[in-house]
Structures are given as structure tokens and as C-alpha cells.
Design a protein around this ligand. Structure first.
Ligand code: PRP
Length: 209
């Protein structure tokens, strides 16, 4: 069996559809229930739904052989896994955003609110800019509005959340998309099966281009 960690939610459904189209279908997964594990003995694949930010933990520790998660998670947690394929879905960008009136004086310590402390630290270290990271877990856009921070480092997809809160992108840090990741030991022992899955998924990515 190949164990596959899928990110719960909209992205996960898209990813499952790509697996199904590749011949690794598991129809019971589409039934609306609270089950978390689904397997198809015929195709030899077992799927489980995990919180998107936990996918890389399952894969790094070998509870899953492969998984799909956003590049943001890989940059933030730097898990020891192989990144095998860009699935070209779940596209968005990691960006710095602030109030429209924000102007960086480049002198005082910049207060940065984010879920992505590692990405923010590395980004500003590369610019030799001194920052104070304020780690939040959600609704990051509130921070500059309430003067908890000067800027935020967060995911921007459509830009609607920023717009509706009178914020704007200051600069883009990096583009983000979903990646197929692989446990290193699993790749050694299940090379053929994993390469087959990656090959099928790659063909779909290319046909969607
Ligand atoms: C993400 C991100 C932004 C929003 C961006 O939040 O943190 O708030 O989506 O999307 P948009 O550009 O299309 O508006 P998420 O929905 O994951 O919630 P949370 O971070 O507030 O928990």
C-alpha cells in the first residue's frame, strides 16, 4: 500500500481528483462523512485527510509515503522530504502587506505579524532589516489595522481579504503552489510505485498547461 496524506479542504479535493484521473480512484472518499482514511485494495493506495499544515509532518516521519502540501509549508517548516513535483494548483503568493499609508522608514524595528515566522525572518534577514515577529494563528489582516504590527507576511490568493480590509501588497516574497512530497525511506523501498504515481500526475499537470 502507498499511504497518501491529502490536505483537508478545497485543495485536497482537487488533488484527489488528479489522483482519481491518474487511475488511483477511491470513490468512498467522496461520501460526505467524517471518516479520515480511505483505501482501494485494487489500486494499492490508501488516502487520509490531514490538516494542510500537518501534511509534511506525516510524510517526514513516514506515517505517509507521499503527500501534497503548499510550498508555503515547505518553506516554513523545511521538512526533510523529497519535493518531487509542482502540481501547478493551489496557486497564490507569499507577500508583505500593510495599510495603504504604510511607508518603511528602514530605521525602527519593523513589527511583522504572521503565521510564517521562519519565512518572514529569512526574508528580512536577506534584506538586513531588523524585525520583531509577532506570531499569530489566523486573521492576520487584523494586526496592522489595530496597530499590533506595521505589516503582515501572509498568503494572498485573490487579494479580496486585503482589499476588504483596506490593506495592500507591499512586496511579493515568493509564488506558492501545491507540491507532491515524498518520504525519503519510502522512496527507496517503494520507488516504482511512487515514480508511477508521480509520472501520471506529471502528465496531467502538463496536459493542463
Ligand atoms: C488565507 C490567508 C488570507 C486569505 C487570502 O487565510 O491567510 O487571510 O486566505 O486569500 P484571498 O487573497 O483570496 O482573500 P485563511 O482563509 O487560510 O484563514 P486564516 O489565515 O485567517 O486562518
Amino acid at each position: 500500500m502507498i499511504n497518501v496524506a491529502l490536505p483537508k479542504g478545497r485543495l485536497g479535493e482537487k488533488v484527489y481528483n488528479m489522483f482519481a484521473k491518474s487511475g488511483y480512484e477511491c470513490p468512498s472518499i467522496l461520501e460526505n462523512n467524517r471518516k479520515l482514511i480511505f483505501e482501494n485494495e485494487r489500486t494499492g493506495v490508501r488516502f487520509f485527510w490531514v490538516k494542510p499544515s500537518d501534511v509534511s509532518i506525516y510524510v517526514e516521519r513516514g506515517a505517509a509515503d507521499i503527500g501534497v502540501c503548499g510550498k508555503d509549508i515547505l518553506l516554513e517548516y523545511e521538512p526533510d522530504v523529497y519535493e518531487m513535483l509542482d502540481l501547478n494548483i493551489g496557486k497564490c503568493r507569499m507577500a508583505v502587506a500593510g495599510k495603504k499609508s504604510f511607508h518603511d522608514d528602514n530605521v525602527s524595528t519593523l513589527r511583522v505579524a504572521t503565521k510564517f515566522a521562519n519565512i518572514a525572518r529569512k526574508y528580512y534577514a536577506s534584506k538586513c532589516r531588523d524585525i520583531d515577529v509577532i506570531k499569530l494563528n489566523g486573521s492576520i489582516e487584523l494586526a496592522p489595522i489595530l496597530d499590533l504590527s506595521d505589516v503582515i507576511v501572509d498568503i494572498v490568493e485573490t487579494g479580496t481579504t486585503l482589499k476588504e480590509n483596506d490593506l495592500e501588497v507591499v512586496e511579493t516574497i515568493v509564488p506558492i503552489s501545491a507540491r507532491l512530497i515524498v518520504n525519503k525511506a519510502s522512496f527507496k523501498f517503494k520507488t516504482k510505485e511512487i515514480e508511477n504515481i508521480a509520472k501520471e500526475l506529471k502528465a496531467q499537470v502538463e496536459s493542463n498547461d
